[in-house]
Ligand binder design. Structure first.
Ligand code: SF4
Length: 458
């Protein structure tokens, strides 16, 4: 096998502030890491440093303001972590004319609000769509240290100059697979349930014990539940110029009345809307695989837990299996709207959620993959065109529609005959990548085309 997937599948589920993991979680992590790297610079370099500046490129620049990327960068420079940072504090950062003293190697350097520059009109000189250039400057504005990081989707960060400390994976996967077909072959060969293979690999690549991994799974599921519960309990307008009203509470209230014939779908809609609205508000959510698509999987989890009474242990196992599928999509295609459009975000979220539903329904590993493939197939070509650059229209409703598609895909998989499918999940991911590469850049998270450019939204 030329390569194998050797990363934690639970990393596809990152807890952190919305509204876009590429624009909030990753920049916060990269900024915090920049400060950590600076702290180990020679004292003579540190002594010259008086200011920090950050240049944002690609969709980080084009839609960074609406996504709160500047605040996320400031928070990271101030030492905040996505999972634990106080979102009210985060939202209040960078008032006009504001600035901060950043503790660095025993001294302070200054961050002014205008030092975080959104390079909207400049060509991105770097190798990846979403680039961040961090610089330490001296009193004359000369660069004394520079580092470049990339936001590669779902809150993940890669560095132009990786250091040893970036490779935190202490081990090799116990079971080697590179796509869904090779994963299914392992299931057959060793006669193990998919969740057990995923758990053994998770232990091997992270170096964590099974109990720690179980605890992490529960924390992820609980954070998803909390985002749904908060969303259902909150009414009013979302932040931003669109002045969009939250709808989750209203939809849930009507779900059992006027929607009696398909009330369960309306409930699922409400759950996904609730978490997606929390994401749009910049509150704490769980990427699955991204922040913009976080409402979809969280809504499905809440539906399975509350409406279907699926036991926690089954959901924990399902999380691992969905994580395998999301990680295959990320590795072999993309989960970044800036790279492949919304098919990589809501499309992959629906695919993962369909797998979760099929798993919770007790379908065979093969049919779990069929459910995922059906959901992925019917999101191919989906563009990313957030109106005004805010993760609200079409994103919030798209989470609800994607959750219902996942439910339908799981049902169609249940009604399928194993071995009769013409398109495999791996082929659907390959088609997604090819489609994304062929997509005009204006449909890839730049807010320059599609719904983002429609007359209604002027
Ligand atoms: S359209 Fe899709 S990919 Fe784009 S910001 Fe919205 S949810 Fe994310």
């Amino acid at each position: 096998m030329p390569y194998c997937i050797n990363s934690s599948v639970l990393e596809i589920f990152r807890i952190g502030p919305g509204p876009s993991s590429s624009h909030t979680i990753a920049p916060m992590r990269a900024a915090r890491e920049f400060v950590r790297r600076c702290a180990s610079l020679p004292q003579a370099v540190l002594d010259r440093a008086v200011r920090v500046s950050v240049d944002l490129y690609g969709s980080l620049a084009l839609t960074g303001k609406g996504h709160g990327t500047d605040k996320a960068v400031a928070a990271g420079l101030l030492g905040a972590e996505p999972e634990t940072c106080d979102t009210d504090w985060l939202h209040a950062l960078l008032p006009p004319g504001g600035g901060y003293d950043i503790p660095l190697g025993g001294r302070q350097v200054r961050l002014e609000a205008e030092s975080i520059a959104l390079r909207r009109r400049e060509a991105n000189p770097y190798r990846y769509a979403n680039a961040m250039k961090f610089r330490l400057l001296d009193a004359d504005g000369e660069t004394v240290f520079e580092d470049v990081a990339y936001s590669t989707g779902g809150g993940a960060v890669e560095y132009e100059n990786p250091r040893d400390a970036d490779s935190r994976e202490p081990g090799e996967a116990a079971y080697r697979y590179r796509d869904w077909a090779t994963f299914l072959r392992l299931v057959d060969k060793y006669g193990l349930p998919p969740a057990e293979i995923a758990m053994e690999n998770e232990k091997a690549v992270t170096g964590r014990a099974a109990e720690e991994i179980r605890a992490r799974e529960k924390a992820i599921l609980d954070a998803m539940e909390e985002s749904v519960a908060r969303g259902l309990a909150t009414i009013g307008r979302l932040p931003g110029p669109l002045r969009l009203e939250r709808r989750a509470e209203h939809v849930l209230r009507l779900a059992g009345t006027t929607m009696a014939d398909c009330g369960f779908l309306a409930r699922l809609d409400a759950y996904a809307l609730a978490a997606a609205e929390e994401n749009a508000a910049g509150n704490r959510v769980v990427t699955a695989p991204t922040g913009g698509a976080s409402g979809l999987f969280a809504g499905v989890v809440h539906f399975l837990r509350e409406d279907r009474k699926v036991p926690l242990e089954t959901l924990q196992d399902g999380l691992l299996v969905a994580g395998v599928i999301g990680t295959i999509a990320k590795t072999n295609a993309s989960i970044s709207g800036a790279e492949v459009g919304c098919q990589g975000e809501v499309g992959v979220a629906s695919c993962m959620a369909a797998a979760m539903m099929a798993f919770a329904d007790g379908l065979s590993p093969e049919l779990v993959g069929v459910a995922a493939e059906i959901a992925m197939e019917h999101h191919l070509g989906l563009t990313c065109d957030p109106v005004d650059g805010y993760v609200q229209i079409p994103c919030i409703e798209r989470n609800a529609v994607g959750a219902c598609t996942a439910c339908n895909a799981a049902m169609l998989a249940r009604l399928s005959t194993p071995g009769k499918q013409k398109v495999t999940l791996d082929e659907a991911f390959a088609a997604m990548l090819e489609t994304g590469r062929g997509m005009n850049a204006k449909f890839r998270e730049t807010a320059l085309g599609g719904l983002a450019a429609c007359a209604l939204c002027d």
